[in-house]
Design a protein around this ligand. Structure first.
Ligand SMILES: NC(=O)c1ccc[n+]([C@@H]2O[C@H](COP(=O)([O-])OP(=O)(O)OC[C@H]3O[C@@H](n4cnc5c(N)ncnc54)[C@H](O)[C@@H]3O)[C@@H](O)[C@H]2O)c1
Length: 260
């Protein structure tokens, strides 16, 4: 059902983690992919592994010039641009709100928020030229609730939700759909799951309806669905890949009553 044959996609932050997984899956489903990242040699490695259907380029999502270059790479190499995955993001080590420096706050805003804005801004014309397209913005479950020790991260992931809906309204009449994806805790370098002991792991996922960490492949499948025409009537939507974490906490947790 998910077919990306003939589509050309640009994945920001595609050199590792979820972005690399999305690039690989997209190519398997028939797309050609541009991997844009500040990690240039990692990006080249992923593109090399995929083969002729992929190319990598330098893309710092905070730079409008870099966006122009990445889009030119897509159009020069593959002739068009149909899909943008605004996946690049940073999650610096957390600090209490009062201890969070302004510079750090603005750095996270630049990558996670302005990066998404710039991506959506720059792909409009090439997508229109392709007859429409699909933009998938990677937010987080942190875009739905507060997260202690993560004020800039939570702020920017809420912002991605708002920008997604605004862009969906403006771009819809031009045939461009815009949706957000909200992963829960996913096993990538950003989380460092392997560094956590059993107690910490239980604290993170123990009370989820699906009580385990998610995989990059599980997110990539949702993103591929939104990139494809199978999701043709969805725009401005929020798509969770979170093991049910936003469903809520069980009542009477860790008591006899809570067991069933
Ligand atoms: N891992 C999780 O638990 C989780 C949960 C919710 C949301 N997310 C979001 O998913 C997305 C992907 O994260 P991941 O888990 O794969 O982490 P990751 O750290 O493995 O990958 C992030 C990628 O973004 C790239 N990047 C960072 N700054 C950039 C910039 N200025 N320009 C271009 N690329 C840049 C990095 O080089 C890296 O390749 C992020 O937006 C993240 O906030 C992750």
């Amino acid at each position: 059902m998910i077919d990306l044959e003939g589509k050309v996609a640009l994945v920001s932050g595609g050199a590792r983690g979820q972005g690399a997984c999305e690039a690989r899956l997209f190519a398997e489903l028939g797309a050609r992919v541009v991997i844009g990242d500040v990690l240039e040699s990692e990006g080249e490695t992923v593109a090399g592994e995929i083969g002729a259907a992929a190319v990598s380029c330098r893309l710092d999502v905070t730079s409008g010039e870099d966006w122009e270059g990445a889009i030119a790479t897509a159009v020069d190499r593959f002739g068009r641009l149909d899909v943008l995955v605004n996946n690049a993001g940073i999650a610096p080590d957390g600090a209490f709100l009062q201890d969070t420096p302004e510079e750090l706050f603005m750095k996270v805003v630049a990558v996670n928020q302005m990066g998404v804005f710039l991506g959506m801004k720059h792909v409009f014309e090439p997508m229109q030229a392709s007859g429409g397209g699909s933009i998938i913005n990677i937010s987080s479950t942190a875009g739905f609730r507060g997260v202690n020790r993560a004020i800039p991260y939570a702020a920017t992931k809420w912002a991605v939700r708002g920008m997604t809906k605004t862009a969906a309204i403006e771009y819809g009449p031009h045939g461009i759909r815009v949706n957000s994806v909200h992963p829960g805790v996913i096993d990538t370098a950003m989380v460092g799951w392997e560094r956590l002991d059993e107690r910490a792991r239980h604290a993170v996922v123990g009370s989820l309806p699906i009580a385990r960490i998610g995989t990059a492949t599980e997110v990539a499948r949702m993103v591929a669905f939104l990139a494809s025409d199978a999701s043709a009537y969805s725009t401005g939507g929020e798509f969770l890949v979170d093991g049910g974490s936003l469903a809520g906490q069980p009542l009477f947790r860790d008591t006899e009553l809570g067991k069933r």
